[in-house]
Design a protein around this ligand. Structure first.
Ligand SMILES: C[S@@+](CC[C@H](N)C(=O)[O-])C[C@H]1O[C@@H](n2cnc3c(N)ncnc32)[C@H](O)[C@@H]1O
Length: 321
């Protein structure tokens, strides 16, 4: 790490003590363990980009012949070497201190594991790292590309009414939510709307964007949007099943809350680059009320006013009205 700006720009130079939280996250650990166990075949060669403590490389090493584990943070490189030495088959993992944006293994690999996943594919460099890896790998080794873990990410947004009051203190700030537990402070005002389906094996744009309208299904105050990122860690074509993992939801407060009714449409627009800071989404976000549901009584009233103002010329027209 060259300087403070470098670490801020990376946004993912996670200190060792935070890795305990990741190790302790059973949804994350179980999903990766299951996916890696499925994807890595006996005798395989595996590359992990952003190895951290080396835990995913450890999972891979239970079946693989060789695992290249690339980590940029020197503190983590040392920790991973130390931890892997204490674990079974850890000797199959070679920990390399390098930048995943530039590293290529010395030989073709069957599987690439990359968990630089942040909700919205913001902050961490999952998209640029995999995109750069694919280009360089194909130039050096030709095809086929290895299987990626995760194989894909699906992103969605959802309109919310969020309680931002804390003991009378009003603080509409960006917040994170555990996707696997009930959110007492949130009320969904509509269904999640998918805006991106990204397969890491296929060519992809580095832009994450949405420009569309969402149907409101509940009355309320639309004051936030929930960003959802579901990662398909592996696909089992034979069983027709997937191993999925949701990163934490992020709730973005809206600058100007909007009162909405069931049946309304709101237009939502944003665009940002994968790996950009969270602010890139908040800064780009435009939310507008585009149409309001018209109640039957309001419709009848409007029609009556119209009839009085514009008297029909013929009986036919009156019939139509
Ligand atoms: C979210 S952590 C995941 C760590 C580990 N793979 C796991 O699943 O527990 C991402 C890791 O990627 C590393 N990393 C971030 N950018 C990197 C880069 N450009 N090159 C290599 N490693 C990087 C970070 O230091 C961090 O350890």
């Amino acid at each position: 790490m060259k300087n403070k700006f470098d670490s801020l720009e990376l946004g993912q130079f996670i200190p060792l003590h935070y890795h305990h939280n990741m190790l302790n996250d059973s949804a994350r650990m179980n999903s990766f363990k299951e996916a890696i166990n499925w994807v890595v075949k006996p005798g395989a060669k595996v590359l992990e980009l952003g190895g951290g403590t080396g835990v995913q490389s450890f999972f891979a090493a239970q079946k693989a012949d060789k695992v290249y584990c690339v980590e940029r943070n020197p503190e983590l490189v040392e920790a991973a070497r130390d931890l892997l030495a204490k674990n079974i088959n850890g000797d199959k993992v070679e920990v390399i201190q390098a930048d995943a944006m530039h590293y290529l293994p010395p030989e073709p690999v069957d599987v690439v594991i990359c968990e630089m996943l942040h909700t919205g594919l913001l902050r961490e460099k999952q998209m640029p790292v995999i995109d750069s890896f694919k280009q360089r790998y194909l130039e050096k080794f030709g095809g086929p590309l290895p299987v990626f873990v995760p194989e894909a990410s699906i992103q969605a947004i959802q309109p919310l009414q969020q309680n931002f009051h804390f003991e009378d203190f009003y603080a509409p700030t960006i917040l994170f939510q555990n996707p696997y537990s009930t959110q007492e402070r949130s009320k969904s005002l509509g269904d999640p709307e998918v805006f991106q389906l990204l397969s890491y094996e296929e060519p992809f744009s580095q832009t994450c964007a949405y420009d569309g309208e969402i149907l409101i299904t509940e009355d309320g105050q639309l004051n936030a949007l929930r960003l959802i990122t579901k990662n398909i860690l592996s696909i089992n074509m034979t069983a027709g099943s997937t191993v999925d993992w949701h990163t934490q939801y992020i709730v973005f407060p809206l600058a100007a809350p909007i009162q909405v009714c069931k049946g309304d449409q709101v237009s939502i627009r944003f665009s940002y680059q994968g790996g950009a800071p969270l602010k890139a989404l908040s800064d780009a976000l435009e939310v507008r009320h585009v149409s309001q549901r018209v109640s039957i009584s309001q419709f009848a009233l409007d029609m009556m006013n119209l009839t009085m103002t514009f008297q029909p010329q013929t009986a036919d027209q009156a019939g139509v009205l």
